[in-house]
Design a protein around this ligand. Sequence first.
Ligand SMILES: C[S@@+](CC[C@H](N)C(=O)[O-])C[C@H]1O[C@@H](n2cnc3c(N)ncnc32)[C@H](O)[C@@H]1O
Length: 310
Amino acid sequence: MARDFEHKPVLLKQVLSALQPRAGGRYADGTLGGAGHAAAILAASSPSGWLFGCDRDGAAVEAARLRLAEFAGRFEIRRGNFAELSQWVPAGSCDGVLLDLGVSSPQLDRAERGFSFQRDGPLDMRMDDRQAMTAADLVNGAEAEELARIFWELGGEPESRRLARGIVREREQRRFETTGQLAECIERLAPRRGKKTHPATRIFQSLRIAVNDELSSLASGLDGAMRILRPGGRLAVITFHSLEDRAVKEFGRARARDYTFTGGVDVPELRAPRAPEARWVQRKAIRPDPAEELDNPRSRSAQLRVIEKL
Ligand SMILES: C[S@@+](CC[C@H](N)C(=O)[O-])C[C@H]1O[C@@H](n2cnc3c(N)ncnc32)[C@H](O)[C@@H]1O
């Protein structure tokens, strides 16, 4: 299974140029996936660069171990959430940290993982199958208001309340067990009417984010990444939707803000002077070039932001 873990790393050139891996450097990849980025970082930091890596997904960790076998003795990999990276990677030790958020192609493409409305499988969506709660538990167990909140806040679904009520009515007849069953129900409740995107797109995205508690992991992961970076080290984050990107942008802005200049104004945040902890390496998000978008359609929504610890 690990041998057919096919995932094309996105924005690879741009990540390497942001992190500038070098011999003797230490790097962390919190989202190993198929280890495309990790392998490139180890290759570029030969012969003595080191990589700490993790992924929540057992299949990804297995695939990454195989992919990185040629760099044996130069990495440590653990299965786990990047929110916990700073619990095992020494503080101030890394020259670069990468978080390539979201899901990998094998997670999306394998029906049995239950991430995709285009492939019928169990309504699962867990990145880490040791976790108890699945998407089916959420869809069958949450109150209508809670489902509506998830659809609206995490998916931006304009018809969140109506769809949530429709789902609750439907589950009174029959428990939702499969991705196909949920996609079909949403299509019935919100017919496509010529629109290109499937009406279940936002709902599936929001359920995935909720099941995996992705936004809290991201907040803790960003804090932890800053702790394990040494001054001058860089954090590169690739996001795939606006909620993640906004969180990264706000994080960078807050860390880059200079709280030492009060200008005589009494603002509570400015009473405890704090120098900026980071700077934007490039303020504008870095996007894939047209050739990459053509070669890898999944890269189309990718945005890379890079900040440097001061
Ligand atoms: C887009 S893929 C990464 C692909 C990888 N950069 C490569 O080159 O193959 C995202 C990966 O991040 C993992 N992931 C997402 N959120 C995570 C988290 N909070 N902690 C650890 N891994 C996470 C997913 O399981 C998935 O394998």
